[in-house]
Design a protein around this ligand. Structure first.
Ligand SMILES: Nc1ncnc2c1ncn2[C@@H]1O[C@H](COP(=O)(O)OP(=O)(O)OP(=O)(O)O)[C@@H](O)[C@H]1O
Ligand SMILES: [Mg+2]
Length: 153
């Protein structure tokens, strides 16, 4: 599936919708992992700002320039009593040189836990250790305000 957005608000809205869909999913055996790939300034972090909103996370989502990973608590869904997703992890692999660096911060444990939602910017840099069933979203810079967003390209 391909989409075009014409401003950052539309990209944020798309992120929010995807998060809301994910919250409806039944619990899996492992974490939900989404890999964001594509151009610098393509809108990966912008998408994640909407995504976090969809998870009802109040914290600001920033480009974790010097931080490899940020962890956020997902508030319980008021519409259901069933406990599903507890923690959202935002990883940015832009600066990593070897997938091994990610293993050093407990990546394998994080992606094992079905209560986690893990979104990884520059996921193509850790292809080797990315779960095969991850959803991949590619961001293409078309022009100043236009982006193409491709799901499982
Ligand atoms: N349609 C659009 N969708 C998303 N962002 C847009 C759009 N139009 C303009 N922008 C702007 O483009 C920039 C996208 O930056 P963002 O940090 O989200 O990209 P990124 O893919 O995370 O980059 P990086 O690879 O550096 O992490 C923002 O300043 C945003 O306001
Ligand atoms: Mg970014």
């Amino acid at each position: 599936m391909n989409y075009i957005t014409f401003n950052s608000i539309q990209t944020k809205k798309m992120g929010r919708k995807i998060a809301q869909e994910i919250l409806k999913r039944p619990l899996d055996k492992k974490a939900i992992v989404i890999g964001l790939i594509g151009d610098l300034g393509g809108g990966k972090t912008t998408f994640l700002q909407g995504f976090a909103k969809g998870l009802r996370i109040k914290n600001k989502i920033l480009s974790p320039t010097f931080v490899l990973m940020k962890k956020f608590k997902i508030r319980e869904n008021s519409h259901s009593n069933s406990y599903k997703f507890a923690t959202f992890y935002h990883l940015d692999c832009y600066r990593i040189k070897k997938p091994k660096e990610i293993l050093g911060i407990g990546f394998e444990e994080i992606i094992k836990n079905p209560h986690n939602i893990v979104v990884i910017e520059w996921a193509d840099r850790i292809k080797k250790i990315l779960p095969k069933e991850s959803l991949i979203i590619r961001f293409k810079f078309i022009n100043q305000n236009t982006r193409k967003i491709l799901f499982n390209p």
